[in-house]
Design a protein around this ligand. Structure first.
Ligand SMILES: O=C(O)C(=O)C[C@]1(C(=O)O)C=C[C@@H](O)C=C1
Length: 292
């Protein structure tokens, strides 16, 4: 009998939890919940789990730089799959504690709102318009924020989090869909040393990291032309500091092509030939969101 696979992720009731339940909806996989994203990475890096779930980019807040940096500098875990999932944030608290005279929640009764920094960044206009007086506090996950509200009744605290966390912790959704823009999605990565396959994925991607040679004018232009003249589509390019010296960067590039397509190794060889360092982060299926 083959051993049941395991996946590390942020706590129960987080957006990551909703997203992985969706991703593995037809597979029997054990979920290992971790307090912080560092623990999520370490669990698989230390061989305790097969994969880790990493939120990597959000419609409103953009790339989660901290998570990209972990993937690049702290661990060596190949990307095995990516998928997108809607990030629906709700204002959560105790309806009876926070009710005004008309019975609906009263903003003046909320003194503090807590959430994950990325979730908080998705709800800033809501905070400015409805809760400008409230203190803001960021925590390791949206679920931890909801748990803090649960553990501290009577203090006027509320959290941005998922419906799942509200129902797990028997709190109320005071207002649903409080993100600043509709169509708020998060892109998740499955990373780890265990292979994962999805044969019917409509798209495959390859992610690489490129370090340009120093003092080589036009190096980035040459890198991009290696893809351009082969008509290879890039879906993302982002520069991040190498952390070695000020002004030194690497480029994180997502390519809409599998590594086993002849054109791509040829483009990468051309890029290496001009003196760039190329690190492969993974070649993997990209799975779109289907609402039903
Ligand atoms: O705290 C959570 O609910 C998470 O899953 C983390 C996280 C993130 O790190 O981006 C994931 C998706 C949401 O967009 C906000 C927060």
């Amino acid at each position: 009998m083959t051993k049941r696979k395991s996946v590390a992720l942020l706590p129960q009731g987080t957006v990551s939890d909703e997203a992985i339940r969706y991703f593995f909806r037809n597979e029997d996989v054990e979920f290992v919940y971790c307090k912080m994203i560092a623990d999520v990475f370490q669990s698989t890096a230390k061989g305790r789990t097969d994969w880790s779930v990493i939120p990597i980019e959000n419609t409103i807040d953009g790339s989660v730089s901290l998570h990209i940096d972990w993937l690049v500098h702290e661990v060596d875990l190949p990307i095995r799959a990516e998928w997108v999932f809607p990030s629906i944030q709700n204002l959560i608290g105790s309806a009876s504690e926070l009710a005004g005279d008309d019975g609906s929640w009263d903003p003046s009764k909320i003194v503090k709102v807590m959430s994950h920094p990325v979730a908080m960044a998705q709800c800033l206009q809501f905070v400015r318009s409805k809760l400008p007086h409230a203190e803001l506090e960021t925590l390791g996950s949206t679920a931890e924020a909801v748990q803090m509200v649960k553990n501290n009744p009577g203090k006027g605290w509320a959290a941005f989090g998922t419906r799942l966390a509200a129902s797990d912790m028997e709190l109320d959704v005071l207002e649903s869909g409080v993100t600043d823009h509709d169509n708020n999605f998060t892109r998740f990565l499955l990373v780890g040393n265990t292979h994962y396959e999805k044969a019917d994925a409509p798209l495959r991607k390859t992610s690489i990291l490129i370090t340009l040679p120093e003092d080589y004018p036009g190096a980035l232009h040459q890198v991009l032309s290696a893809f351009a003249w082969r008509r290879i589509n890039l879906s993302k390019i982002e520069s991040r500091p190498t952390k070695k010296k000020l002004g030194s960067y690497y480029f994180y590039i997502d390519i809409e092509l599998s590594l086993d397509t002849v054109l791509l190794p040829a483009a990468l060889a051309e890029i290496e030939a001009i003196g760039c360092q190329v690190r492969l982060l993974g070649s993997y299926p990209s799975i779109p969101y289907e609402s039903k």
